[in-house]
Design a protein around this ligand. Structure first.
Ligand SMILES: [Zn+2]
Length: 364
């Protein structure tokens, strides 16, 4: 198993394009062709985690939080980031981070939290835009099926739970082959008219090159006429936070107790209990105060996240209950999610969940 087999698998599910502009997700240290003896999965990378990797014969650490976030100009061990990187280099341990690209995926960090709470009918709280293009391509009637199939097989035409979506319209294409052209239809310097279909598809950004390659390979023309147009549409399955519902309303205080149990919280900081029952639950793993307006718009009864500042608690303002369950606590099951997916896809590969708790916050 090479490092690139693992990174390709993870990035096919959680494309790096989904990460936020400030992030540094992806392969941080290690050659793509490095033979991997085992992968240790954790939320953070600390010196203790590197020691665990060495002891358990893992030469890859897959962490949610990137240990290197901004430029490192020196490596002289003056802080834990420099020491961790140095230790990894000295011991030949690769570092891979899967961060906001996992946060911004409807089956990532937040899906795991929602599953732990038993939420149903989950939707992304703040869907992302800028992830979708529209592809228009002109095909002679004779080659419609072949080109359509190639484009769909490459992953275009996916809208929510619907696949193989396209729109087609008939028309006439005209062209005149000139110079060194070797036309599939027609003769040099003669204007041709051909009955063509215009096919239109939604294409996710990270699939663009694969789709265009498949389209060109299946298309009979020497020069394929097509447009790839960015759209402002939001992608309903990608973005920050989730909102879903509990099967039955749960008494508010009992629900707060349940959260505390489920996530092993040292404490749950919450705003005033403003209604007796909870049914609609919004959530975001990690620092999620920025999504409070979206949770309020979604008419959630409670918003579960972490890292709220004092003044931000006031913004609940009688709309909902804010429950700050702690950053580590909210994201701890991310490691479990990654370990499950890797084990399922690479059954004979050594995937190990860390036994350490890397939470830097303690409670009295
Ligand atoms: Zn986090």
């Amino acid at each position: 198993m090479q490092l690139q087999d693992i990174s390709h698998f993870l990035e096919a599910h959680y494309p790096l394009q989904l990460q936020e502009s400030y992030d540094n997700a992806g392969l941080i240290y290690g050659r793509p062709n490095l033979e991997i003896t085992g992968a240790l999965i954790s939320l953070d990378v600390t010196e203790a985690i590197v020691a665990e990797a060495i002891q358990s014969n893992c030469n890859l650490i897959i962490a949610h939080h990137p240990i290197v976030f901004k430029g490192l100009k020196r490596l002289n061990g003056k802080n834990y980031v420099e020491r961790v990187v140095e230790l990894c280099i000295q011991n030949g341990i690769a570092l891979y981070a899967i961060h906001t690209n996992l946060d911004n995926h409807s089956s990532g960090v937040n899906a795991k939290i929602a599953a732990k709470l038993g939420l149903q009918n989950c939707k992304v709280l703040r869907p992302m835009s800028g992830l979708l293009h529209k592809l228009e391509v002109y095909v002679p009637d004779t080659h419609f099926l072949k080109v359509d199939q190639a484009i769909l097989n490459a992953g275009a035409g996916q809208i929510g739970n619907y696949k193989d979506c396209h729109f087609r319209s008939a028309g006439t294409g005209t062209f005149m082959p000139t110079g060194k052209a070797q036309p599939h239809i027609g003769k040099l310097n003669h204007r041709e008219e051909v009955q063509e279909l215009k096919l239109e598809y939604v294409v996710e950004n990270h699939l663009r090159s694969a789709v265009l390659k498949a389209m060109a390979a299946a298309h009979p023309y020497e020069e394929v006429a097509f447009h790839l147009i960015p759209t402002q549409n939001v992608h309903q399955e990608r973005g920050a936070g989730l909102v879903g519902t509990l099967e039955q309303p749960v008494e508010t205080r009992a629900f707060l107790e349940q959260i505390k149990q489920t996530f092993g919280c040292g404490c749950v900081k919450h705003t005033a209990i403003i209604q007796p029952f909870i049914q609609t639950v919004a959530l975001c793993g990690g620092a999620g105060s920025f999504l409070l307006p979206d949770a309020i718009s979604a008419k959630a009864d409670i918003y579960i996240s972490s890292d709220f500042k004092y003044h931000e608690f006031f913004d609940a303002d009688g709309h909902l209950v804010i429950a700050d369950i702690g950053h580590y606590e909210s994201e701890q099951y991310t490691s479990e999610l990654l370990a499950e997916q890797l084990t399922e896809n690479f059954p004979n590969f050594a995937v190990r969940l860390t036994k350490l708790n890397t939470n830097p916050v303690n409670y009295l």
